[in-house]
Design a protein around this ligand. Structure first.
Ligand code: HPA
Length: 273
């Protein structure tokens, strides 16, 4: 068996020994949203460290576990803490948890993150619905022998983010009175924030927001045929766009400031998609 697929099966079996919960929707929580999982009707939790061979996050403040439960009547699996490429894992390890959620039965995936705003119209605290992404600057999570069990060798990426889900997000944001931004997310490796020149390059590529996660997960999930949507919390203006230096604390503070609204939007999306 392919080594990467073998690892996935081992992790899946390890989780299945702990819970037989059948999720419909998967959710990945970004900075500031971590405690969302504590508020749902929890049926089971599985710590990443309990799963054989699972990549464990090293970022301070990032919890590492799957939470299974219900948001209203919708069965969900939530990644409370994600794995980032900048931590030193291979891309196949970075997307392993995403793939696992698909293998656990989730058909839909909601991605969230903190991102730097590249679009001049964006302000810290804005929400940007991801309409498309750019992964050109990171290794593809699909490199290597294709996992035929999961999807095709040359998967289509012409609509990674579901038009149907985007309509639902627009409607819910409008009902909440949120000015929803829309745009293209570019993923870079991090962990350093970008230089102003890199941000100008990203803008010329067509990116509206920049971050260090999400697009690789979206690609792996799309390969498996999941229906995907994503929302970025714009936590700061990207490098060179303000006089301020960038730091993780500012990212965290902005994410915390709008967390309540972000969580309500996510709950609404889960129950309506
Ligand atoms: N750059 C990259 N990742 C980020 C940023 C940023 O400005 N803000 C939050 N995550």
């Amino acid at each position: 068996m392919n080594q990467i697929y073998g690892k996935l099966i081992k992790c899946l079996e390890s989780i299945r020994q702990k819970t037989d919960f059948q999720p419909e929707t998967a959710l990945i929580l970004g900075s500031g949203l971590g405690d969302y999982a504590d508020d749902i009707q929890i049926e089971a939790t599985v710590e990443y460290s309990e799963i054989d061979g699972f990549p464990v996050s090293t970022v301070p403040g990032h919890k590492g576990r799957f939470v299974f439960g219900y948001v209203d009547k919708t069965p969900v699996v939530i990644m409370q803490g994600r794995v980032h490429y900048y931590e030193g894992y291979s891309m196949s390890d970075v997307v392993l948890p995403t793939r696992l959620m698909g293998m656990l039965g989730a058909k839909k995936l909601i991605l969230t993150n903190a991102a730097g705003g590249i679009n001049f119209k964006f302000q810290p605290g804005d929400f940007m619905m991801i309409t498309d992404h750019i992964t050109t600057a990171i290794p593809s999570p699909l490199l290597g022998a294709n996992l035929d069990e999961l999807g095709p060798r040359f998967p289509d990426m012409s609509q990674v983010y579901s038009a149907r889900m985007q309509d639902i997000i627009r409607k819910n944001a409008a009902e909440m009175g949120i000015t929803l931004r829309e745009g293209v997310y570019v993923q870079l490796t991090g962990p350093a924030y970008e230089t102003p020149a890199e941000i100008r390059m990203c803008r010329s590529w067509g990116a509206d927001a920049v971050g260090m996660s999400t697009a690789c997960e979206a690609m792996a999930a799309r390969h498996m045929g999941l229906e995907i949507c994503g929302i970025s919390c714009i936590t700061n203006l990207a490098a060179g766009m303000s006089k301020k230096e960038l730091n993780h604390q500012e990212v965290q503070e902005t994410a915390d400031r709008v967390a309540k609204q972000f969580k309500e939007l996510i709950s609404r999306i889960i129950v309506t998609v």
